[in-house]
Design a protein around this ligand. Structure first.
Ligand code: SF4
Length: 442
């Protein structure tokens, strides 16, 4: 995969973002809203906070809802940052006159993006340029309760996406274990260990009863959350004497029996056979996310060795397409990890090759009415891929362009369960795919 064309963009030669480079991208990628450009760059490079900006007010801090997402190990962060960093930031105004843009927080003190204290409130800076005022997410009222066993609701049913999504990681480990099985980008097992070492209460397997206890407060007191996701690591043998589908079904059934249709139910799991999926659909689950992570045929076994060994790429893809018969095409939304096809040592050398490969997968799925979404690959230190430079911003802008073009080519509906699309509306905080939908250019 050697780059021979001098014009191609080498993965390894990406300079840190400056205001000049952002302005150049804004002029070049006129079909991508500037909000999406900045969101992707903050996600890819991370952000840091001056401690004074974290001192004032009550706001929702990071619940570490499944992975760390931080570029820096928890032990290397100061106490203030470790326990006071907000889940997300919402940036508005500033140099580019941004519409309100919600961005997930990934801590990295090396980033050129910093949230600073100002007399008017916190603001996001790129070096010395003010990119806009910053809000931190509100704490839902129901976070004030404690479960009978003394746990915080944010430990059992955290909200993200500015309160829109209840993220229920019911199993906080994965039975794919070690570098021969774990997905190479994933730190679910290491995150669990880090949180325990940092002294944070962090339940490995959530009890159904405790989950229902917290959801009863949400049901009574909350109007912001519209969707929940049930997810967790893979179960290869059994867990609590149940196989994988039985284990996860217990949660879906319990929630939908107690609160039928109260929120839109989504499952993020491995790709299951459609025969196993019908009972989830019948009990009330509406959206299915069998994440395929990476399209490339040669890279899939290297990046997802456990999934390759136990299920296999061809089977995985077949199951995604067949699950359309159960949920309907628009309600099957498999995720891929944007940029991991550039990861060293096995990935592509150029942005062009990476986007061409991933674009092929997008076309395949979208031609079947399935709309893959993506998250932004975050090189977390304790993963198999380890700390290494993330993809250049150009990669994400090309990817957003291809994603938008393909989505529009097949005239697909807005993916359900993500709230309103478009700049200023999108609350999906770990990539900008919702920010580009419907944008008409400038
Ligand atoms: S299947 Fe892969 S991505 Fe999912 S939790 Fe396990 S290691 Fe992580």
């Amino acid at each position: 995969m050697e780059a021979t064309d001098q014009k191609k963009t080498s993965y390894t030669q990406d300079a840190m973002t400056t205001i000049d480079s952002l302005e150049a991208f804004e002029k070049q990628y006129t079909r991508i809203p500037v909000e999406a450009i900045i969101k992707q760059d903050v996600l890819r490079l991370g952000v840091h906070f001056d401690e004074k900006s974290l001192e004032k007010g009550d706001y929702k801090t990071k619940d570490y809802f499944i992975f760390t997402f931080d570029h820096i190990p928890l032990q290397e962060q100061s106490e203030t940052v470790r326990f006071r960093a907000p889940e997300e930031i919402k940036v508005s105004g500033g140099h580019f006159n941004l519409k309100p843009t919600v961005i997930s927080v990934r801590l990295d003190h090396r980033s050129p993006y910093q949230v600073r204290f100002t007399e008017e409130g916190p603001a996001l800076y790129l070096n010395d340029t003010n990119l806009g005022s910053v809000e931190f997410p509100p704490i839902p009222d129901w976070y004030r309760h404690r479960t009978e066993s003394g746990k915080s609701p944010g430990e059992i049913a955290p909200v993200i996406e500015w309160g829109y999504l209840l993220y229920l990681t019911v199993f906080r480990n994965c039975q794919y274990f070690g570098k021969d099985e774990e997905c190479a980008f994933c730190d679910i097992n290491h995150n669990w260990r880090q949180q325990k070492m940092a002294g944070r209460p962090y339940t490995g397997i959530k009890s159904v009863e405790e989950l229902l206890e917290v959801l009863a407060w949400v049901d009574k007191e909350d109007n912001t959350a519209k969707v929940y996701t049930i997810t967790g690591g893979s179960v290869l043998t059994n867990l609590k004497k149940k196989n994988e589908t039985d284990f996860y079904f217990e949660y879906a059934e319990a929630i939908e029996s107690k609160f039928p249709g109260r929120w839109m139910g989504k499952m993020v799991t491995q790709a299951w056979e459609k025969e196993d999926l019908w009972r989830f659909k019948n009990v009330g689950i509406q959206v299915y996310h069998p994440n395929y992570e990476i399209w490339d045929k040669k890279l899939f076994p290297l990046i997802c060795p456990g999934k390759e060994r136990f299920i296999g790429r061809e089977n995985w893809i077949r199951r995604i397409i067949e699950s359309v018969e159960v949920f309907g095409p628009s309600h099957v939304i498999p995720n891929f990890v944007g940029g991991v096809e550039l990861a060293k040592p096995h990935g592509y050398d150029t942005v062009e090759e990476a986007v061409a490969s991933t674009g092929e997968g997008l076309d395949y799925f979208m031609s079947h009415g399935v709309v893959p979404r993506f998250t932004t690959w975050c090189p977390e230190p304790y993963t198999t891929l380890g700390s290494q430079p993330g993809p250049p911003l150009k990669y994400f802008l090309e990817l957003l362009t291809v994603w938008k073009d393909t989505f529009e080519k097949y005239n697909l509906p807005v993916p359900p369960g993500y709230g309103e699309p478009g700049p200023g509306n999108a609350v999906f905080s770990v990539s900008a795919f919702m920010d580009v939908i419907g944008y008409e250019g400038r």
